[in-house]
Ligand binder design. Structure first.
Ligand code: SF4
Length: 245
């Protein structure tokens, strides 16, 4: 099902020319565990409880010992907020992490937040990507807050899980847009419409952003998935391939 005439030359495909899983492109590095946002569908909270990672998920904890993982020469794309929200990080934690990122330009580092109204960040780090999660139209303010409160080189937005039609979106300055739907037991109650996905994709392309449909959209959108990555992430993946040879 080809819904959009995207720029397929920019798509990242695996060796079987199939759509890919985002976790194979971007790995979690959970330097901070815990979050105060309290989303009802939070998988991180369930996993933290199941594996007893910390005592209280609503009280974020920093694990500076994991910073040495950044010293690996083999380049990787890392999500640093898989079990936290950047707005819940203490300033001193963030400063330690940013300093280590600056020492390791071989990697790219992504952050996500649902509370960009609480952020106040200035950085010229070339390998830092700041993003917000938007799940519905009423949360579009987060994109404006991100641009206002985080002065950085790169921005991204994740629409996941997408609960309604976000309508018209201002993607100015946004480099990368990720779209996904609900997975797991709650997926039966949420149906992301292909029209919403197509509308977001067309708007993002028209405003110069690249778009990545997460693998969980395949049953909704068909196999002809749009999975574009920023060049910096693609370069990391190309380098990784050389390490395997
Ligand atoms: S922001 Fe993320 S980590 Fe925090 S509760 Fe929501 S889903 Fe969980």
């Amino acid at each position: 099902m080809k819904l959009i005439s995207g720029e397929y030359s920019r798509m990242w495909r695996n060796e079987f020319n199939m759509y890919v899983c985002i976790k194979d492109q971007i790995q979690n590095m959970n330097l901070v565990i815990g979050c105060t946002v309290g989303c009802p569908y939070c998988y991180a909270r369930n996993n933290v409880r199941r594996y007893h990672m910390i005592d209280d998920f609503s009280k974020p904890e920093f694990f500076p010992g994991k910073l040495r993982l950044m010293e690996k020469e083999r380049p990787q794309n890392f999500l640093l907020t898989g079990m936290s929200d950047l707005a819940g990080w203490k300033t001193e934690w963030r400063e330690q992490v940013f300093a280590k990122m600056a020492e390791n330009p071989q990697h790219q580092f992504l952050f996500l937040s649902k509370r960009p109204d609480l952020l106040d960040i200035d950085t010229d780090l070339e390998n830092a990507w700041f993003g917000v999660t938007v799940t519905r139209k009423s949360e579009l303010w987060r994109i404006d807050a991100l641009r206002k409160n985080v002065r950085a080189k790169h921005y991204h937005v994740t629409f996941e899980p997408l609960f309604d039609d976000p309508g018209e979106v201002d993607f100015s300055g946004i480099d990368w847009v990720v779209i996904g739907t609900m997975t797991g037991p709650m997926s039966r109650k949420v149906r992301t419409s292909p029209e919403w996905v197509c509308s977001l994709t067309k708007q993002a392309h028209a405003q110069g952003a690249r778009v990545f449909w997460k693998e969980d959209l395949a049953p909704i959108m068909g196999d002809d998935m749009i999975q574009e990555l920023p060049d910096a992430y693609s370069r990391v993946l190309e380098e990784q391939r050389k390490w395997h040879k």
